[in-house]
Design a protein around this ligand. Structure first.
Ligand code: SF4
Length: 366
């Protein structure tokens, strides 16, 4: 590893070669190359969902503040920006809306009679409750999640038992998909799952009512490798297992994992910009750690601990499908400030996919 002797000048570092790597301290050396994963950051589903909230908050501002069921996407910065700049309120249950309305009235504000459903999707029970409460709805569920809901409904109707591979029974997407056919669904842990959830079934021991009629569906944002291993175990245990022709892992999950694989051989540490409740982001962190042995999660540049960089020359950076790219650019600037000659490598392709914005659907009389 190359080590640089540097002199601090106006908070910047300049330097020349030094021949004793063991004597390196971070403030005596610089990162030479920054590899930016491409693609990274926002996917089409996240763009659509955030725009749906921003547009609704503007269009309905004369009616009052906007309520969103669950974090619109799993990123703290996105949620905080919408709360702070658009008067958006996030709830985990529609029963919270009453209290929200009362608090708004105390502040001489009001709440619009509309609720937005997050990109992760909701169960039919939540839709019915929104209707019962007389709420108009804007469904910002990603179409690729809706596809899995459609499969769950179809197979349950045909009498199949559904093995839904996921990383947590508490994940909003899993709750929504299972809600389509709760009696006919068992949530099975993905192999390699690092979350502890006693409600998840083990793929090695899970049982089904009828091994002749069983289908496997998956959460969209899991590790590609671990999902394939889990399906292989289930297929061995249930030879008649139906595997839908197109798997449920979404393009954004696969592409971001591929981009990490491409960069990993070139870097000695990885920064993954993600909130800890982003499933796809945490899978990127695990993959980066597995491949390069030194990966750290950050919400933003402020979380970087310079001691992490002591033995690094080349750093990889990626971000979850729900992470705004300005957070990554702030990290690029962090390294550029320390090394004006920083070589930023960004190879790969951006995605060219867009999803249609959802319409506002009024409540129907029941
Ligand atoms: S990560 Fe995949 S499933 Fe989730 S919103 Fe993006 S495209 Fe849709």
């Amino acid at each position: 590893m190359t080590c640089y002797l540097a002199t601090q000048v106006d908070s910047k570092f300049v330097g020349g070669l030094r021949d004793t790597p063991a004597a390196c301290r971070y403030d005596e050396r610089m990162i030479e190359k920054l590899y930016l994963a491409k693609p990274r950051g926002f996917c089409a589903g996240v763009v659509m969902a955030i725009e749906a909230v921003e547009d609704a908050a503007t269009e309905l501002s004369h009616e009052g503040d906007l309520a969103v069921y669950h974090a619109i996407v799993h990123n703290n910065t996105v949620v905080e920006r919408l709360e702070d700049t658009r008067n958006v309120h996030f709830v985990e249950a529609l029963s919270e809306l009453d209290g929200l309305r009362k608090r708004a009235a105390q502040d001489k504000r009001q709440l619009a009679d509309t609720v937005v459903f997050s990109a992760h999707g909701v169960s039919p029970a939540v839709r019915q409750e929104a209707n019962r409460l007389g709420l108009a709805t804007i469904d910002a569920t990603c179409p690729l999640v809706t596809k899995v809901h459609t499969e769950a409904k179809k197979y349950a109707k045909e009498g199949y038992h559904i093995l839904l591979i996921g990383d947590s029974t508490k994940h909003q997407e899993v709750i929504g998909t299972r809600g389509e056919a709760p009696e006919a669904t068992t949530v099975v842990s993905v192999i390699g799952n690092r979350k502890h959830d006693p409600e998840l079934a083990d793929p090695h021991t899970v049982t089904v009512p009828n091994a002749e009629k069983v289908v496997v569906l998956t959460q969209t944002t899991l590790s590609v490798d671990d999902t394939m291993k889990t399906i292989a175990i289930l297929k061995e245990r249930f030879p008649k297992l139906v595997i839908p022709p197109r798997d449920d892992l979404c393009y954004a999950t696969k592409n971001r994992q591929d981009a990490v694989r491409n960069i990993a051989p070139h870097v000695d540490m990885f920064l993954v910009v993600t909130s800890d409740y982003s499933s796809n982001g945490m899978r990127l962190l695990e993959l980066a750690e597995d491949l390069c042995g030194n990966a750290k999660r950050v919400e933003s540049v402020d979380d970087i601990d310079e001691s992490w960089l002591e033995h690094a020359t080349n750093v990889g950076v990626t971000s979850a499908a729900s992470t705004p790219d300005d957070l990554v650019q702030a990290i690029v600037n962090f390294f550029k400030t320390r090394n004006p000659k920083l070589n930023v490598v960004e190879e790969g392709e951006w995605e060219d996919i867009t999803f249609r914005k959802p319409k506002r659907i009024p409540a129907t009389a029941s």
